[in-house]
Design a protein around this ligand. Structure first.
Ligand code: FES
Length: 178
């Protein structure tokens, strides 16, 4: 199905291309880039990579289609396919390496793990037997604790334990802006 084109969004491309020069707007206008993606890249076959880039089972290479990050994988069953390189939980990038060999991808944010065939294989909250939101809260708290420790270490001041405790309590409060 193709989306209807709004006439007011049309750009006069002919006016931007002259026999001896092209308007630089073609290279940096976000609206033109958006139309290029919609009308060309998202409507036809796109060359993403070659099978020779993933010769062995579990090989992968990170790629992109426009702004969309993808993984070209030779999966554990022998199929070659594309997966979104984006965690369906909160949209974090799933794999940060350019290439490698692995049968699963674990999101660094909350540790959801996916097989290279695309299925959810498991997540830390499931393994620990806790609710995901409780684990999210703990991870958030630990991240902020790490920030606090870094800030304190960088402050070069003698900080007493009571002050550290106050900061930690404040960090564990949703509205805290320390
Ligand atoms: S964003 Fe990936 S596990 Fe939460």
């Amino acid at each position: 199905m193709t989306a209807a084109i709004n006439p007011s969004s049309l750009i006069d491309y002919r006016a931007l291309i002259e026999p001896t020069r092209v308007n630089s707007r073609l290279y940096h206008d976000p609206k033109i880039f958006e139309q290029e993606l919609e009308r060309i890249w998202y409507r036809s076959w796109v060359y993403v990579g070659h099978v020779s880039e993933v010769p062995n089972r579990n090989d992968y290479v990170t790629k992109s289609i426009g702004p969309t990050p993808v993984l070209l994988v030779h999966d554990r069953t022998g199929q070659i396919s594309l997966l979104l390189n984006k965690c369906p939980h909160r949209g974090n990038q799933l794999c940060a390496y350019r290439e490698g060999n692995r049968s699963t991808f674990t999101c660094p944010y909350h540790s959801w793990t996916f097989s290279n065939t695309g299925e959810l294989a498991g997540y830390a909250a499931q393994i620990l037997g806790v609710e995901q939101h409780a684990l999210d809260h703990l991870m958030h708290f630990l991240a902020r604790l790490g920030q606090a420790c870094q800030a304190l270490a960088a402050s070069n001041e003698n900080v007493d334990a009571k002050f550290v405790l106050e900061i930690l309590i404040c960090f564990d409060t949703p509205d805290c802006d320390v």
